[in-house]
Design a protein around this ligand. Structure first.
Ligand SMILES: Nc1ncnc2c1ncn2[C@@H]1O[C@H](COP(=O)(O)OP(=O)(O)O)[C@@H](O)[C@H]1O
Ligand SMILES: [Mg+2]
Length: 281
């Protein structure tokens, strides 16, 4: 096929031997099947910021590391340089998340190179060697839905153990290969410790999964894995081996009672101190 302009430099550099075919052009990226370093891989070409929706990026941006204060100021002002920098942070977030998650044993495509706004990564394939289908493309039995849901909840836990919340997890961003679900599309991933919206995003991710798989296995519709997982994470008890119930019984009430008792004690001590100060006058 005719080589897309954005891939030309990678061909010239020898990082890509051949562009085989376009795979998918989504809202934010165009993905191609390529031959690279002798293997069949895929190349994700990010679209320019003005060609794609800036979906509530400020929520995701919070707590992200920027290189320096000049970059931060430019990004805040939204100048052309700022938008370019923002774009770079956005793409780097996906690449960083993929490297971190692949290393942590989460099922994501293995990234190989990121150059000129193009990410070269493993092509997730079905048993025939074709690009794997998205979860949304499949019709599931109840048993398959339950198995895939459990596997994905396990991956969500592993991601959070690695400090990351996906932020856009749904049937459109999960591929199914011969081993089960593989998670893709992470430019909006958030740092769980640094972003105040992380809990909400985690809950939305797990709710999306429950709603999708719930069509095939209705008992999943009443689960609340997100709340349960976040509670364990915040209390320092989340491990990849954790056993979950899918239900959350509002343990936060106990935590609230503790903090109320602390407040009462503090107030009592303050009153005592004031009394002592008055007495010694
Ligand atoms: N590593 C991969 N292996 C196989 N297919 C992929 C891979 N990465 C992306 N795709 C395909 O390309 C589509 C778009 O990629 P995605 O990362 O979701 O970008 P976006 O949705 O932002 O355009 C996916 O829905 C999937 O069908
Ligand atoms: Mg996508």
């Amino acid at each position: 096929m005719k080589v897309p302009k954005r891939l030309e430099p990678l061909l010239q550099d020898g990082l890509i031997d051949e562009v085989i075919r376009p795979l998918k052009s989504g809202k934010e990226a165009a993905v191609y099947v390529v031959r690279s370093e002798g293997a069949i891989r895929c190349a994700k070409v990010y679209k320019e910021a003005n060609q794609r929706g800036f979906h509530k990026q400020s929520l995701y941006r919070e707590g992200r590391k920027v290189r320096n204060s000049r970059q931060a100021r430019a990004m805040e002002k939204g100048t052309r340089f700022g938008r370019k920098e923002q774009e770079e942070v956005w793409q780097n977030t996906e690449v960083d998340a993929l490297y971190r998650l692949a290393a942590a044993g989460v099922r994501v495509p293995q990234p190989y190179h990121f150059i000129d706004g193009v990410l070269l990564m493993e092509l997730i394939m079905d048993e025939e060697g074709m690009a794997a289908p998205r979860l949304n493309d499949l019709d599931l039995t109840m048993a398959q839905a339950e198995t895939y849901h459990a596997a994905l909840i396990h991956e969500v836990v592993r991601m959070l153990c690695g400090g990351i919340v996906h932020g856009d997890l749904s049937e459109f961003n999960v591929l199914i290969d011969t081993q089960g679900p593989v998670i893709i599309d992470l430019p909006q991933a958030v740092d769980a410790a640094a972003n105040n919206h992380a809990a909400r995003m985690l809950e939305r991710d797990t709710n999306n999964l429950a709603a999708y798989f719930g069509q095939f296995a209705p008992e999943l519709l009443t689960t609340s894995y997100g709340k349960e997982i976040w509670y364990l994470y915040e209390s320092g008890n989340l491990t990849p081996e954790v056993t979950l119930t899918g239900h959350f019984k509002g343990q936060h009430k106990a935590a609230d009672l503790d903090s109320i008792l602390r407040e009462i004690n503090d107030a009592r001590e303050d009153a005592l101190r004031r009394q002592l100060a008055r007495d010694s006058d």
